[in-house]
Ligand binder design. Structure first.
Ligand code: NAG
Ligand code: NAG
Ligand code: NAG
Ligand code: NAG
Ligand code: NAG
Ligand code: NAG
Ligand code: NAG
Length: 414
């Protein structure tokens, strides 16, 4: 018995020792990541195979022009967007069900809320979604650019709009068409959205902030008043000295304005919007009190914009968690880092490496959180889209997650 106890004690100490080693390593080594889904090429769950054949034949589905970018997670559904940058994207807003789907590899995307809603040229339907957000009330805020084929032959026949979809019923419950004076119907690239609903008792007390990467502006929307307006500042424009992104063995040129945005968390009363042009090494922010009070078309003055510091590389999407950590990719390093926004300085010295992988994390595009402490991300090798150099014999598109133990900025950490 005594020997047995001694063995148990030894085992315990051994285990504790190992835990300590793991804990110490965890401080300096990137977190493990899990690839939940991967695709060589994006495919869809068509209503039937005849329709798929017809779409392929008539150029309504051109597989190589389909790239996943936006991601948001709600219960068992992972929502994914496919921008209509070039012809042949049959469905722009979709999901995969990670509880039901048995095919983590090349799983077909399911159009959301329906196939009918993906109809090109029908301005009631959805034309081109880059980003969406899901609020605490189970509503998806869908940003529809309106324009399609924006990289080839832009078709501007539908206006840009914001749709709210109730995820419990999959019904559209609100539509806001952006006026010309707020979002240019022939020039916009509405890119990313964050939403702050300050009062969990009042689902109308919400503001949305949306970046426009074409017109270099930040667009606001007040749900209670059903009103939108915009502000601009020179820090929302691409920095000409930051247009080249070295990725593995190549240099890639992107001249892209304000792109990823993030909102400080619920516990800070959503007081600040963070942003960065894709072509930039800087992270900037502005108080939401300034944005919420601004008149349409206002140019922010320099004292209203904070420059937080120089990050270690260009990034695309960014995301804030409930405790105020901001996450963003370092495109040149196939990695994701985070910084604590409680202090004003956010730069390469405050960045903590979260995850790095030269194969699986080439171009981390957009982030999402679930309610269990995971951060999700899409990686899509986007540098190979503009140069048309995807190798479709390999996995190019992935949904990856990492456990961080925190929820999205929308929730209180308390
Ligand atoms: C997955 O499905 C099982 C069985 O239907 C259910 O018990 C579980 O809660 C589901 N998980 C998620 C994440 O939806
Ligand atoms: C346009 O799309 C909406 C949403 O799917 C649908 O209800 C409507 O019937 C469509 N209109 C036409 C003219 O097809
Ligand atoms: C919208 O952009 C076009 C250029 O594409 C420009 O000619 C036009 O003046 C702009 N309209 C507004 C309202 O800013
Ligand atoms: C990328 O550009 C940098 C800076 O101009 C240069 O030093 C490097 O050799 C280039 N790399 C490639 C693969 O062309
Ligand atoms: C610039 O912003 C500061 C701080 O918000 C404000 O006090 C000042 O009035 C602004 N100046 C102009 C010219 O708008
Ligand atoms: C880049 O990745 C390496 C791992 O390959 C890591 O050690 C390094 O800290 C990363 N640098 C940045 C700036 O993220
Ligand atoms: C962020 O920094 C603040 C101030 O130094 C600190 O109180 C807080 O615990 C930090 N947050 C995290 C998540 O580490």
């Amino acid at each position: 018995m005594a020997i047995f106890k001694a063995v148990l004690l030894y085992l315990k100490l051994y285990l504790i020792g190992n835990f300590l080693v793991v804990f110490v390593l965890a401080k300096s080594v990137p977190s493990p990541h899990e690839v939940l889904f991967s695709w060589k090429q994006i495919d869809y769950k068509f209503p039937n195979s005849n329709i798929k054949e017809k779409f392929l034949l008539e150029g309504e589905y051109i597989p190589e022009n389909n790239v996943i970018t936006g991601i948001k997670v709600h219960q068992n559904r992972i929502f994914l967007t496919v921008p209509r940058w070039r012809e042949g994207v049959p469905s722009t807003l979709n999901f995969v069900d990670f509880n039901v789907t048995q095919e983590p590899s090349n799983s077909p995307l399911i159009p959301y809320p329906s196939w009918e809603f993906q109809e090109l040229g029908n301005c009631t339907a959805i034309q081109y979604v880059q980003s969406m957000e899901i609020d605490q009330f189970g509503r998806m805020w869908v940003v529809d650019v309106g324009r399609v084929n924006t990289f080839t032959n832009p078709d501007n026949s539908c206006p840009p709009k914001l749709l709210l979809i109730d995820l419990a019923t999959d019904e559209v419950i609100k539509e806001h068409i952006f006026p010309h004076s707020v979002v240019n119907h022939t020039k916009n690239f509405l890119n990313d959205i964050v939403v702050g609903c300050k009062n969990i008792q009042d689902e109308n007390n919400c503001y949305a902030y949306i970046s426009d990467a074409d017109d270099s502006k930040l667009v606001m929307y007040n749900l209670m008043e059903d009103r939108s307006w915009f502000v601009t500042h020179e820090t929302m424009i691409a920095d000409p000295s930051a247009t080249v992104i070295p990725i593995l063995d190549g240099n890639y040129t992107f001249n892209t304005n304000i792109d990823g945005i993030a909102l400080s968390p619920f516990d800070s009363n959503f007081d600040r919007v963070y942003y960065s042009p894709l072509s930039s090494f800087q992270l900037y922010s502005v108080l939401t009190s300034v944005l919420n009070e601004a008149v349409n078309g206002a140019i922010l003055n320099d004292s209203q914009v904070i420059t937080h510091g120089r990050t270690s590389g260009q990034s695309d999407g960014m995301a804030m968690d409930a405790v105020g950590n901001i996450y963003y990719g370092i495109l040149s390093n196939n990695s994701v880092v985070y910084s604590n926004t409680t202090t004003e300085q956010i730069d390469e010295t405050t960045e903590v490496l979260l995850v790095q992988d030269d194969v699986e994390l080439q171009w981390v595009d957009t982030f999402a959180f679930d309610e269990e402490g995971y951060i999700y991300m899409t990686s899509n090798r986007l540098h190979r889209f503009s140069t048309e150099t995807y190798d479709f014999s390999q996995d190019n598109f992935r949904v990856v997650r990492v456990f961080v133990g925190s929820k999205s900025y929308m929730y209180s950490a308390l």
